[in-house]
Design a protein around this ligand. Structure first.
Ligand code: PAF
Length: 282
């Protein structure tokens, strides 16, 4: 049985023992309701470190007032089983008042990169993510931390934060894990009704079309966005939030592709907001 620790002194004490023995530590930060995407992060962490910690914490700070904090899926028993099969040594599962005690006044803001894409419709989201990730880094002091490329903007923002704040944790980016039919794995997929699940396939399908267009020589972002939009609008259940083509590090919009680019989108299907992206090089 993997130990589940809930307080900062407990996890610090466990980590201190490993550090004393000069063991390397990999951290996989999660909000639980783990799936194969998370498992791939854990397995990668287990292959690259002596010890692996998974944090499971539904971080209230990164949810907007009308978002899905209350209904965000939770299943601790299943999560523990998932960690057991993936080489995890310890689970950090703090309560909200442990992470954010009564007198909590600090947030971390990464400017610029957080203003576009998801930041437009979720203005406080990345400050919430950065604050909790920075706290986890300070509590656990991992050598490496593992993040999925599905949250490409999150990844870029966390990389920026660790560089800007001289945090000595290496950020490891891991590939998007998809269902067989192309839907990117997400804890939120559980919300989708069967007809919504079917409509959601247009997300990855539209990105594949754009990827193919780039491979065929298309460099104009406006045309690539139209390719995606045309595909997404074949599904009446989809409400597009954004379709953006940006530089993968700065998240600045690109008019034309000349080098690496991230083609990213977000859409609502019913009440469920999903994101997906593809990295291309022109
Ligand atoms: O990607 C997530 O699940 C969350 O944003 C993270 C990084 C665990 C922070 O709460």
């Amino acid at each position: 049985m993997i130990p589940i620790l809930g307080t900062v002194p407990e996890i610090r004490a466990a980590v201190a023992v490993w550090k004393k023995e000069r063991m390397s530590i990999g951290l996989v930060p999660t909000m639980g309701y783990l799936h194969e995407g998370h498992q791939s992060l854990m397995q990668r962490a287990a292959g690259e470190n002596d010890r692996v910690v998974v944090s499971i914490f539904v971080n209230p700070l990164q949810f907007g007032p009308h978002e899905d904090l209350e209904r965000y899926p939770r299943d601790m028993e299943r999560d523990v089983l998932c960690c057991e099969g993936a080489g995890v040594h310890l689970i950090f599962h703090p309560r909200s008042d442990i992470m954010y005690p009564h007198e909590f006044h600090t947030t971390i803001t990464v400017n610029g990169l957080t203003e576009g894409l998801c930041g437009k419709s979720r203005p406080a989201h990345f400050a919430g993510v950065c604050t909790v990730v920075c706290k986890l880094f300070n509590i656990i002091a991992p050598d490496k931390a593992y993040f999925g490329r599905k949250d490409a903007q999150q990844l870029a923002v966390i990389r920026r934060m660790t560089q800007d704040l001289n945090i000595p944790t290496e950020i490891v980016a891991c590939p998007i894990v998809r269902e067989q039919d192309g839907l990117a794995k997400s804890s939120r997929n559980i919300y989708l009704r069967p007809e919504e699940r079917k409509a959601a396939l247009a997300l990855s399908r539209s990105l594949r079309l754009a990827e193919q267009a780039v491979a065929d020589g298309e460099r104009d972002s406006a045309i690539l966005r139209t390719v995606i939009k045309t595909e997404l609008t074949t599904e009446p259940l989809i409400a597009i939030d954004y379709i953006e083509i940006v530089h993968p590090v700065s998240m600045r919009p690109l008019r034309n592709l000349a080098g690496p680019a991230l083609i990213a989108l977000a859409a609502c299907i019913g009440k469920t907001r999903l994101i997906d992206n593809v990295a291309v090089t022109a």
